[in-house]
Design a protein around this ligand. Structure first.
Ligand SMILES: [Zn+2]
Ligand SMILES: [Zn+2]
Length: 144
């Protein structure tokens, strides 16, 4: 079992799978959300995800466009959030407790990257993730 928690440990969750792949996004929203050059995240099937504690401590900020940032109201850590109208959960990698062996499948919005954020995988995309289906395939997350 894979576990994760926020900075203050109020929000905790577990996964019945070990994610093997992740992606990076360099867009301005992900920069502001993380406070660094890009996010690092993966998706899991909702049936493989479970909240262990602290769901009532989660605040959610959403843009009309659909961009969503859920965070712990006590410590401010970004926390997992369920994807709109789909049975998948977005997982920020930094919350995972164990050092899993993982591989980056791609960098998105590289045109928006700051010049000091030069780290790239072999697979770079100029634009945002084109569709959920595309990202799920890249991350080898099985659809139902
Ligand atoms: Zn917290
Ligand atoms: Zn982004």
């Amino acid at each position: 079992m894979t576990t994760g928690q926020c900075l203050c440990a109020a929000v905790r969750f577990s996964l019945t799978v070990e994610p093997r792949f992740f992606y990076r996004c360099h867009c301005s929203l992900c920069r502001k959300q993380t406070g660094v050059g890009h996010n690092l995240a993966t998706l899991v099937n909702a049936r493989d995800f479970r909240w262990e504690a602290g769901q009532d401590s989660i605040s959610s900020w959403r843009k009309p466009s659909g961009y969503r940032s859920d965070f712990c109201a006590h410590c401010g850590s970004t926390v997992p959030n369920p994807l709109r109208e789909s049975p998948y959960v977005w997982i920020p990698l930094g919350l995972l407790d164990d050092d899993l062996s993982m591989e980056c499948v791609g960098d998105f919005c590289v045109d928006d990257a700051m010049s000091w954020d030069a780290h790239r995988s072999a697979n770079s995309h100029h634009c945002a993730v084109e569709s959920l289906e595309f990202l799920l395939k890249e991350l080898r997350v099985n659809a139902d």
